[in-house]
Design a protein around this ligand. Structure first.
Ligand code: PHE
Length: 370
């Protein structure tokens, strides 16, 4: 009897040593709801990155557990808890909207579970957190890109449109104002909108009355598309400039001709992508989806690959503390969206681009380095 149990025990030991195990990565995205395009495009890029690589150096297999939070911060928090407590994930990728990532971050922090947001740009997402990292630049950087681009192209007076419901928009507005006035530009007014608004008559009337040379629109695409449409209908001629939250096909679909000339800072444009990583990704993206590679998917791919790189530096890739340490120590990471260095706050230092809607498409204008 004793003999048998010894044999069983050693067989189990050998099995645990020599057989690859599964390492889980949890993903929280707005796959449905008002900002579903954020989640769907993230998933599109993630699927490509996963297909390209889901085996770790030691032979372990990566398993993704993807949860939909419907774009809601309470659901984002619940999903994060579930991934940690029930699914025992080693790391979490997500969310997109800064407000939602800010609901997740304290939970990941408390559970000492590394979280990487591929797309949330508000500085407060990582602030004071040791377990939260990001694959994207932050809003002071993109706000300055917009402000400097606008000012240097002759737009010397601006009105700022802020979505009071989004931490992202509040942050970009602040950053735009700071950089624009520093450059010499003048802010001639500010209007407030709220996610979900459909009628911008009052705000557009103010814009018309203030007559700025440019409109700094810091919200997301659903409101951006409707607002630019209503602005053109009411005779506002000033161009719109925004951030990463507007560059989605819906802007053109809903905005129509009114969206022409809408400029925005973004993370990636395949037209400017020359690195081997970007080329391989773009090729796979075209083959799978038969359309231009969007920036959100590219960010999701980078976030995922950063987690894998961190796991590969650990003797046990499921060791959350080790994975987190390596994530935060990421340097010179060659991603799809460029070369990524993580600074002491957990934020990515990297270049950005300016795009514009031209002939119903997103066209590349320029690249800005940090
Ligand atoms: N930066 C946005 C935020 O923090 C999210 C976003 C990223 C949206 C990239 C679109 C593209 O809320």
């Amino acid at each position: 009897m004793k003999k048998i149990s010894t044999i069983v025990a050693s067989a189990a030991l050998i099995a645990s040593m020599s057989y690859a195990k599964e390492v889980k990565i949890g993903v929280v995205l707005p796959l449905t709801g008002p900002i579903a395009a954020f989640g769907q495009t993230s998933k599109g890029g993630l699927d490509i990155a996963y297909a390209q690589n889901h085996t770790l150096k030691n032979g372990d297999t990566v398993k993704l557990i993807v949860l939909d939070d419907r774009g809601d911060k309470v659901e984002a928090a619940t999903a994060t808890k579930r991934l940690i407590d029930k699914n025992h994930v080693t790391a979490i990728l997500g969310e997109v909207a800064s407000s939602n990532s800010m609901a997740m971050a304290p939970i990941a922090e408390k559970a000492k579970t590394p979280m990487i947001t591929h797309a949330s740009t508000n500085p407060r997402v990582t602030k004071g957190k040791k377990f939260v990292t990001r694959a994207c630049f932050i809003d002071p950087f993109q706000g300055a890109i917009q402000a400097n681009y606008a000012y240097d192209h002759g737009y010397k007076t601006a009105i700022i449109v802020t979505d009071a419901k989004q931490d992202y928009s509040v942050g970009v507005s602040k950053a735009f104002k700071k950089a624009y006035t520093k450059r010499g530009g003048k802010i001639v007014g500010r209007v407030i909108i709220n996610s979900g608004d459909k009628d911008f008559n009052a705000q557009v009337s103010t814009i018309k009355a203030k007559n700025p040379s440019i409109v700094a629109f810091t919200g997301y695409y659903p409101e951006g598309a409707l607002m630019v449409r209503q602005a053109r209908a009411m005779g506002v001629k000033a161009p719109f400039i925004g951030g990463d939250g507007v560059g989605f096909p819906e802007l053109i679909k809903i905005g129509g001709k009114a969206a022409e000339g809408f400029m925005y800072s973004d993370h990636f444009n395949e037209a400017a992508a020359t690195s081997p990583e970007a080329k391989a990704y773009v090729k796979a993206f075209h083959a799978k989806y038969n359309k231009p590679a969007d920036s959100m998917g590219a960010l999701a791919a980078d976030g995922y690959n950063m987690i894998l790189a961190a796991m590969n530096k650990c003797a046990n890739p499921a060791d959350k503390i080790c994975v987190n340490k390596n994530l935060r120590a990421t340097k010179n990471f060659h991603g799809v969206t460029g070369i990524i260095n993580i600074d002491k706050n957990g934020d990515a230092v990297k270049s950005g681009v300016v795009n514009v809607v031209k002939n119903g498409k997103f066209a590349y204008l320029t690249t800005v380095n940090p």
